[in-house]
Design a protein around this ligand. Structure first.
Ligand SMILES: C[S@@+](CC[C@H](N)C(=O)[O-])C[C@H]1O[C@@H](n2cnc3c(N)ncnc32)[C@H](O)[C@@H]1O
Length: 248
């Protein structure tokens, strides 16, 4: 209850002092909701703040090879994440901020009667996913070019949303999450994976990390509450959210 109240209060209080500009910096589309404030960008940041957090700059397509680096298996243990996801063969999974499809193509073989919707805002990433589908003969991946405001998912169609190392760079997190919630089937889960912001041993750019409390605040703002925090990965939070159900 405390988190919910704080999340409702925070966006109002910050905007009382600083109005949202009609045209946002860095070529992003204008905000559709007044929940952001603006300041000087820090290194690697956008200067756009959401609920006290500076939004990180979007990773450039030139960084795509880094996503598929062999050392990632050891550093992040992606298989451990995947085996801990509650996936059913019939599920529709949305991998939002899919990049080159690092997780998409690890998950899609498990969805023997389902499919994986791979969403990214950068056409280069969507092209990389299409190429990989062709090379590997994968048929149950659906590449989707999203916008900064909307992942362009079908309504009430998704069983599980996965966001790995992507949410912190959404330029419009409130709009994106509002649209994502509309795409959830009843009982669907949203799995947020971010480097642990409260863990000094995790050596990542500060804007590429998130604390659990910050994640809970931001998800509560769109009606998602924490169902489970899985402490399974060496460096990342695995936070499982679900829709708050209205009491009858
Ligand atoms: C650091 S990469 C992570 C990619 C992938 N999830 C992985 O773990 O390999 C972040 C990705 O999020 C994408 N992205 C940023 N903002 C986005 C948005 N609003 N909607 C969808 N994708 C977004 C970027 O284009 C980039 O490909």
């Amino acid at each position: 209850m405390f988190l919910l109240c704080l999340s409702l209060f925070l966006p109002l209080s910050v905007n009382a002092s600083r109005p949202t500009p009609a045209i946002t910096p860095h070529g992003f589309p204008a905000d559709t909701v007044q929940v952001y404030t603006y300041g000087e960008p820090s290194s690697g940041g956008t200067g756009k703040l959401y609920m006290g957090r500076e939004i990180a700059a979007v990773m450039k397509p030139s960084g795509a090879a880094w996503l598929d680096r062999p050392a990632r298996e050891r550093e992040e243990q992606p298989e451990l994440l995947i085996t801990n996801l509650p996936l059913r063969p019939t599920d529709v999974v949305a991998d939002i901020g899919a990049g080159t499809g690092y997780f998409t193509f690890r998950i899609s073989p498990l969805l023997t009667q389902g499919r994986c919707l791979a969403v990214d805002v950068q056409p280069e990433m969507v092209t990389a996913i299409e190429q990989r589908m062709q090379e590997q003969g994968v048929r149950n991946v659906v590449p989707i070019l999203g916008s900064m405001l909307n992942p362009n998912l079908p309504p009430a169609a998704v069983d599980l949303v996965l966001m790995v190392d992507a949410y912190h760079e959404f330029s419009h997190p409130r709009e994106m999450m509002t649209a994502i919630v509309q795409a959830l089937k009843p009982g669907a889960l949203v799995v947020l994976v971010e480097y642990r912001g409260e863990d000094a041993k995790v050596r990542r750019h500060p804007l590429h990390k998130m604390t659990q409390i910050q994640a809970q605040l931001e998800m509560a703002a769109v009606g998602l509450h924490l169902r489970e925090s899985r402490d399974i990965l060496p460096q990342q939070h695995v936070l499982v959210f679900e829709k708050v159900v209205d009491p009858e």
